[in-house]
Design a binder for this molecule. Sequence first.
Ligand SMILES: C[S@@+](CC[C@H](N)C(=O)[O-])C[C@H]1O[C@@H](n2cnc3c(N)ncnc32)[C@H](O)[C@@H]1O
Length: 245
Amino acid sequence: MGVPTPDVDARWLVEAFGDDPQALEAAVARREAREPLQLILGTAAFRYLEIEVRPGVFVPRPETEVLAGLALDRLSAGATAIEPCTGTGAIACSLASEGEPSRVLATDADPAAVELARHNARSWPTVEVHHANLFAGLDTALLGAVDVVVCNPPYLDPSQVAVAEPEVRNHDPWNALVGGESGWEVIADLVAAAPYWLRPGGWVLIEDDPSRVTQTVQALEHHVGPASIEADLTGRPRFAVARRR
Ligand SMILES: C[S@@+](CC[C@H](N)C(=O)[O-])C[C@H]1O[C@@H](n2cnc3c(N)ncnc32)[C@H](O)[C@@H]1O
């Protein structure tokens, strides 16, 4: 059926449903229909965590594990981080579980994502999840005081979704994928707002489409401070990282 990794997926399904032939058959049929493996299993592996996933909320991806790692490299003990566009809360939970932040504020514009992120973050009292557009309504005492802003925003344009794999096209929510007509509108808002929240020397890290990451770095240089590009697991230019001057 065009599933790119049939062996691996079959192993996961046998592991999860192998005791129940009917359940296994149903799970295989769902995968044949190109439903994402993680939605069938109900969980996604993300760094050291098993994150609950649900239909209607973006499934976290391996490249974003690298983004979380880049943020953790810059997160000292007691730091404050903001993660707009949190989805399942995977990045925020990783910061809390692997680092020692005093506070991680995660936001999402989608109530279903907020509910799931709160559920996934239930073991980490340092994580608070807000239903908000980017930074809207966050504690204004944090203006100019945040150490790290890390974000995997929607960054595709509609034409890219049209040619994406069925797992993406038919299952990830449109507003999790598409960052506006050009694909770059959410990132433009993020880059413009981030410096108001960051302390001098604070970091902003953004996942982006490889075709637009240079544009994001140039905007970060303008609004935030010195910026550079980091590669994903396959060597593609994927992350824009900047330090507030
Ligand atoms: C690409 S998904 C990333 C989710 C998660 N950070 C991850 O890496 O798995 C983007 C998320 O941003 C949310 N979103 C889209 N526009 C937003 C906005 N303006 N403010 C806050 N969240 C937004 C979507 O609901 C979705 O959950």
